[in-house]
Write a protein that binds this ligand. Structure first.
Ligand SMILES: NC(=O)c1ccc[n+]([C@@H]2O[C@H](COP(=O)([O-])OP(=O)(O)OC[C@H]3O[C@@H](n4cnc5c(N)ncnc54)[C@H](O)[C@@H]3O)[C@@H](O)[C@H]2O)c1
Length: 340
């Protein structure tokens, strides 16, 4: 490998050019080629950064011996074939979310990455979000006490996708965040959705999950909402926390609030509980662009072998959750176990 990690970005649509930008900003990597069959997208990227080559066929980028690693930012239905070809060509891969269309495809890629000894990292960009990192570090240190429940909302008006439903598109982020927080699969999921636009895919969904020690979680995702919301609330028996990604001035609020049972009480009902309603803290969090942090982690993974927060195995766990959620969606919200 040369001094710099040489990268190919496959797919130059809405998201791919962001990868071109951050990998060119990272110390230790440079994008040498971009691929997209759409000439307008190739020309658009060339107008932003003229020092890379653009090609129409992904194969032309994959066969270049000077390419060390490949970022795949194409529609989900193409992920498996492109990632497989890249790994077989000996390239390290950063694969956008959701990983693939099926668990079987994901398993094949994880095994292939193992046998070819190549990095397979997932575009679970929110595990590199500084606010989420803050919540996780505090959870691990026990600052919230025992976690009692957690819920998250991710809604907006579009963008509407055509090869995945809203769960695969948006809830993938929450599943990756929960995986980062809990480090394990939920035991079961139950999901209800609606096809408000009359297409073959859910555009609104409500998903319940239960994690190992009885922690109830909930996710609401929608492409049809008047408001852009990206919020997570975690309630612990010592403190509570809210992450709000659309407010960069206050991404996290810590609530020193809780409820505890009175040791002695004279009456029934709510009087046996004492409310603790103390301070609200807005911690100072230095925000850095999550996509740039993800790119830096990928470069470190390839060059030094340092594991990332979005390794192949976590991608596979997220795919197993997605698969169980899809089963529940077509079974009237039945509780579905998540296979280990
Ligand atoms: N991590 C995130 O926060 C995030 C955000 C947006 C999108 N994404 C993911 O990135 C991927 C792309 O999303 P997008 O919004 O850019 O979609 P998009 O439709 O805007 O762009 C996809 C591009 O891929 C190109 N393409 C299709 N097949 C190709 C092939 N075989 N070889 C090369 N190029 C090909 C298309 O011509 C198009 O320009 C999706 O998997 C999406 O879920 C992730």
């Amino acid at each position: 490998m040369a001094d710099e990690l040489r990268i190919a970005v496959i797919g130059l649509g809405h998201w791919g050019p962001n990868h071109v930008r951050v990998f060119n900003q990272c110390r230790g990597s440079r994008v040498v080629v971009g691929a997209d069959p759409d000439e307008r997208r190739r020309n658009w990227v060339l107008a932003q950064s003229s020092d890379l080559e653009v090609v129409s066929e992904a194969e032309h980028a994959l066969e270049r011996p000077d390419v060390d690693a490949v970022v795949i930012a194409t529609p989900t239905r193409t992920h498996h074939a492109l990632a497989k070809a890249a790994l077989e060509a000996g390239k390290h891969v950063l694969l956008e979310k959701p990983m693939c269309s099926t668990v079987e495809e994901a398993e094949e890629l994880v095994n292939l990455a193992r046998t070819t000894d190549r990095a397979l990292v997932h575009g679970h960009v929110f595990v590199y979000n500084c606010g989420i990192e803050f919540v996780r570090e505090h959870a691990v240190r026990g600052e919230f006490g025992a976690i009692q429940y957690v819920y998250a909302t991710r809604t907006n008006l579009g963008p509407i996708r055509y090869d995945v439903d809203v769960v695969q598109d948006l809830a993938t982020h929450e599943l990756a965040i929960f995986d980062y927080l809990f480090g394990e699969l939920p035991t079961w999921v139950a999901a209800n959705g609606s096809r408000v636009l009359g297409t073959a895919r859910e555009d609104v969904a409500f998903v319940a999950l239960e994690y190992g020690s009885g922690i109830l979680a909930h996710v609401h995702v929608s492409w049809l909402d008047p408001q852009k919301t990206r919020r997570l609330t975690l309630v612990g028996d010592r403190r509570m926390v809210v992450w709000n990604d659309v407010d960069p001035s206050e991404p996290v609020r810590l609530y020193d609030k809780g409820v505890k049972e009175e040791p002695y009480y004279d009456s029934f009902g709510e009087f046996k509980f004492a409310l603790r309603d103390a301070d609200v803290l807005i911690p100072k969090i230095e925000l850095r662009e999550p996509l740039r942090r993800q790119a830096e982690a990928f470069v470190k993974r390839v060059v030094e072998g340092t594991p990332t927060r979005s390794e192949a195995e976590s991608g596979l766990r997220v795919m197993r959750c997605l698969d169980a959620i899809e089963t529940s969606l077509v079974s009237d919200g039945r509780r579905c176990p998540v296979p280990r």
